[in-house]
Design a protein. Structure first.
Length: 150
């Protein structure tokens, strides 16, 4: 049983304990689930097919700390030659969240191509909010990125 003095001592030490807690780990440069960028969707297909297309487990490329999947070898070759051209902006994290100064996950279905760059968002509803604020919201995200990764 804690005495009154011991309880007060714990409360007094609480700020020290909080300060000594480890810092939040930095977010990875590329959003991935189970190591897969864009939840396994082919990044090149957004440009060539105009839609998210599932990539194959057999056709992959390791880049920027994530595994990227591709629907075919041609798409893989395009990505390997110029990954910055095809990879989503803000590391594939939600573009709306980046503009607001934080990171959030994204889904391939909530995608947009603006000025020949791929952007992903948390959901279709969030994408609608994001597109309503174009082009200023992209500049806001670029101003925040990559400092918001932690």
């Amino acid at each position: 049983m804690l005495t009154r003095r011991a309880t007060l001592g714990l409360f007094a030490a609480a700020p020290l304990i909080t300060l000594a807690a480890p810092a939040r780990a930095a977010e990875p440069a590329v959003f991935s689930r189970r190591g897969r960028a864009i939840r396994g969707a082919d990044p090149v297909a957004f440009f060539t097919e105009g839609a998210p297309v599932d990539g194959s487990r057999q056709i992959t490329h390791e880049w920027n700390g994530a595994t990227w999947r591709f629907a075919n070898e041609d798409n893989r070759a395009l990505f390997v030659a110029d990954p910055e051209r095809y990879a989503p902006q803000f590391g594939g994290y939600c573009a709306f969240a980046a503009a607001r100064g934080y990171v959030a996950t994204s889904v391939p279905e909530a995608w947009s191509i603006v000025d020949d760059k791929l952007y992903l968002n948390f959901s279709l509803a969030v994408r609608d909010s994001w597109t309503a604020e174009l082009p200023t919201i992209i500049a806001e995200g670029e101003a925040n990125w990559p400092a918001i990764l932690g």
